[in-house]
Design a binder for this molecule. Structure first.
Ligand SMILES: Cc1cc2nc3c(=O)[nH]c(=O)nc-3n(C[C@H](O)[C@H](O)[C@H](O)COP(=O)(O)O)c2cc1C
Length: 196
């Protein structure tokens, strides 16, 4: 499948502000979520879920981000506050990937977290396959308890990423990628010892 490989080889993140409307249709959003939910999942625990932000809901969520920001930085300028309010409104569609990983008798929590990362990556790739640009970001508000409460996350849930999706302005410029000879070896050749 050369087209699929080409997609994988050329994927690149775009800045959230570069991602223009119109965003994906309801049918396309369903496709995105369907692909994202089809990831390896040891123990079939479904250790992730998704929250879709579109239209005015992006600003409603932004109000919670703004409130948390104001509480942290009472001296913030009106411009900074306005920027925080629009955090989730830069792209037409944002999908939060929520990790629901937790202790389990058999499945390590680490593997559940990895599965959420896989769901986020599938979402990014599916968006590219549909012709959209995407960016997987967390930013400070992914780690703010007040924001997480307002978005409906339970205490044990965490944000794996806010996937921003919209129309790309054009083909993005690439960035240098790590040379394969620095990151891949054949056993028993050893990588430099990184344990120190
Ligand atoms: C879990 C995770 C969180 C990320 N959070 C941010 C972020 O908050 N801000 C940011 O600029 N990039 C963030 N990134 C990096 C971008 O997704 C992206 O990889 C980076 O801009 C490089 O572009 P590329 O994907 O084209 O290589 C994050 C990546 C991951 C995997």
């Amino acid at each position: 499948m050369p087209e699929a490989l080409e997609l994988l080889k050329t994927r690149r993140s775009l800045k959230p502000v570069e991602l223009a409307s119109p965003g994906p249709s309801p049918a396309e959003i369903e496709t995105l979520l369907t692909v994202a939910a089809r990831v390896p999942d040891h123990g079939k625990l479904t250790p992730w879920r998704f929250i879709v932000f579109e239209g005015d809901a992006r600003l409603a969520a932004g109000a919670a981000i703004e409130a948390a920001f104001r509480a942290k930085y009472p001296e913030a300028t009106p411009e900074q506050v306005a920027y925080e309010h629009k955090r989730l409104a830069r792209a037409p569609l944002v999908i939060a990937v929520v990790s629901r990983a937790g202790p389990h008798v058999k499945i390590p929590e680490w593997e559940q977290v990895l599965s959420a990362g896989a769901a986020a990556m599938s979402l990014v790739l599916a968006a590219h396959a549909l012709g959209y640009g995407a960016n997987w970001i967390t930013e400070w508000y992914a780690y703010d308890r007040g924001v997480l409460d307002a978005l409906g996350l339970a205490p044990h849930e965490r944000i794996a990423g806010f996937i921003h999706i919209g129309r790309p302005p054009g083909p993005p410029e690439d960035r240098p990628r790590p040379p394969l000879n620095e990151i891949a070896t054949r056993f028993p050749m050893t990588l430099p010892d990184r344990r120190a």
